[in-house]
Design a protein around this ligand. Structure first.
Ligand code: RP5
Length: 161
């Protein structure tokens, strides 16, 4: 698909309301970069029809990237990646009993269905990664990202206090 300025939004989805406290970090970094986003609950298991409808219409709705958080049997990011050719970034959400290892391993995808997977609870990095994807075709976002990284580097002191 030819990229254009319209396809520069990020869709943030998550399997449950309980994932939102983590996925808010994704919203936080996208706000810093002034990237438009839409956030919604889409569960692979509890609302499979909603998931199908979301994934198959995401591209024509103007999304460039999808950040998908899910925990436990975390099939949402992989299932969405199987239904769209947009880049999908999975965020394994920390689970109570297995501390998110279950979520992380659920995102181990077979050949043919690529999924970018962040660390457990890595919603902030998912937002940064989405910004770097959008930065490949949107120069405004690219310079915001360059500036943010320069400031991050400057903020690291040489000596600990
Ligand atoms: C997954 O099950 C969700 O992504 C969530 O991380 C986990 C638990 O969901 P709740 O029981 O808290 O709604 O589908």
């Amino acid at each position: 698909m030819k990229h254009n300025k319209l396809n520069n939004k990020v869709a943030i989805i998550m399997g449950s309301q309980s994932d939102y406290s983590v996925m808010k970090d994704c919203e936080k970094i996208l706000r810093i970069f002034k990237i438009k986003f839409q956030t919604s609950i889409v569960s692979a298991h509890r609302t499979p029809k909603r998931m199908f409808e979301f994934a198959t219409s995401a591209e024509k709705k103007g999304f460039a990237v999808i950040c998908a958080g899910a925990g436990m049997a975390a099939h949402l990011p992989g299932m969405v990646a199987s239904l769209t050719n947009l880049p999908v970034i999975g965020v394994p959400i920390e689970s109570k009993k297995l501390k998110g290892l279950d979520s992380l391993l659920s995102m181990n995808m077979p050949n043919g269905v690529p999924l970018a997977v962040m660390p457990i609870n890595g919603a902030f990095n998912a937002g940064l990664y989405a910004a770097s994807i959008i930065g490949t075709f949107d120069t405004r976002i690219k310079s915001n990202l360059d500036r943010w990284k320069r400031l991050q580097t400057l903020s690291v002191k040489k000596k600990p206090k």
